[in-house]
Design a protein around this ligand. Structure first.
Ligand code: SF4
Ligand code: SF4
Length: 381
């Protein structure tokens, strides 16, 4: 069986999407694991109250097609997610409405209405030995992780592994950023969440028909890639996704930790792929290079600290675009933002570069800024 399957899908047209979904599933065993009566939670990416054409969320056409396939098998699909911010019926139902989930409901899915939380104990975790998660997942016999391929301010890329951060209720997310301020620890936490739910996650799918480039994961630009991917492993799927947009495990902390943990090879060319990854590669994808793959060992602690700080990406408000809504200041887990004359001012010494402010700015006024030297080095890489 292949590690990853990839097929062409040029649009979100219902007929094309349904056919592509059947084709992409076949090389990884289809939906043979589904039995009648099974409750299947589809963990979509519903990051924010954004319309499907903005390419921030898993497209409803794909979810409708998947729901119909699961219904054909007699399963009971349930769509859920916990975006950042309040996790309650009022907020999440508005998100369902705007992101097109009502279409998936009409196709036969239930939309999760259980907004309770549970506590997990995970002694085998790398870092997240206890965490809080969305209770609706306990009622599911199986989980399908259906992500959207996007750039991400903190993690470089958002795909299958990052999508599972949505199991943490939105109100708790800032606390997790604060608990794991270091990118590697945050990536380890993300891998822990994936490992905890791995026995239930039977399938991972990536909506890379239209991905998001630039100021992702919410305020970037839609970019057509024309691909649909499937895998049993979130990390194999992510390695394939990264290769499509020109990233390597050194650029994406979750992939780097997955390689070190022996979950995936260090290069997408070492995956067994059904389909041709190269056919879908976009050479000029506008990525956020949040980390440098260059190493500075052997140059002394202070030199390494200086270089890291000189290369560090950081949030920076666009004064002209800012509408002074204060949302960034309210959401910042490190309380590093104060409003001054209607513009957010960031305290660099307390900022943990989690990019929550960038992710949740409603008008895309908070940008990921990279120093010139980092941009030059990444261009040369
Ligand atoms: S969230 Fe965006 S628009 Fe609102 S104050 Fe912050 S930067 Fe300005
Ligand atoms: S200023 Fe932005 S990036 Fe820095 S800690 Fe606050 S939310 Fe995170």
């Amino acid at each position: 069986m292949s590690d990853v399957s990839i097929v062409s899908c040029t649009s979100y047209d219902d007929a094309e999407v349904t056919e592509a979904l059947r084709r992409v599933l076949e090389p990884i065993g289809g939906l043979d694991w589904v039995v009648a009566g099974m409750k299947i939670a589809i963990k979509a990416n519903l990051v924010s109250m954004m319309k499907p054409e903005l390419a921030a969320t898993t497209h409803p056409s794909l979810l409708c097609a998947l729901v119909r396939l699961l219904r054909e098998k007699g399963a009971e699909p349930l769509i859920g997610d916990s975006p950042g911010g309040l996790y309650n019926a009022a907020v999440v139902n508005r998100i369902y409405h705007v992101t097109g989930m009502k279409q998936a409901e009409a196709a036969g899915a239930a939309l999760n209405q259980n907004f309770e939380s549970r506590e997990a104990e995970f002694p085998d975790a790398m870092v997240a030995h206890q965490f809080t998660y969305t209770a609706y997942l306990d009622d599911a016999d199986a989980i399908i992780d259906f992500c959207k391929l996007k750039t991400h301010g903190m993690m470089g890329m958002s795909a299958a592994a990052k999508n599972m951060f949505g199991v943490v209720p939105g109100t708790f997310k800032p606390e997790y950023h604060f608990r794991y301020p270091n990118h590697r620890d945050f990536a380890k936490m993300m891998l822990d969440l994936n490992a905890y739910f791995a026995p239930k996650v039977k399938l991972c799918l990536a909506d890379a028909i239209v991905g998001m480039e630039g100021n992702g994961p919410t305020q970037g630009k839609p970019r057509h890639l024309g691909a649909l991917l499937a895998s049993k492993s979130p990390h194999a799927l992510d390695l394939a996704c990264a290769s499509l947009i020109g990233l390597t495990p050194k650029d994406v902390p979750t992939l780097e930790v997955a390689v070190e943990s022996g979950l995936i090879p260090d290069d997408a060319t070492k995956l067994t792929v059904h389909g041709n990854l190269e056919q879908f590669c976009v050479s000029d994808f506008d990525n956020i290079h949040v980390r440098r793959s260059l190493q500075f060992e052997g140059h002394g602690k202070f030199a390494a600290m200086f270089v890291r700080s000189a290369l560090r990406a950081e949030p920076r408000p666009d004064k002209k675009a800012c509408i002074s809504c204060k949302k960034c200041a309210e959401i910042c887990p490190a309380h590093a933002i104060v409003m001054k004359n209607g513009i957010p001012k960031i305290n660099k010494s307390t900022c943990i570069t989690c990019f929550c402010c960038q992710e949740f700015c409603p008008v895309g006024a908070m940008k990921v800024h990279r120093p010139l030297i980092a941009r030059v080095l990444n261009r040369r890489k």
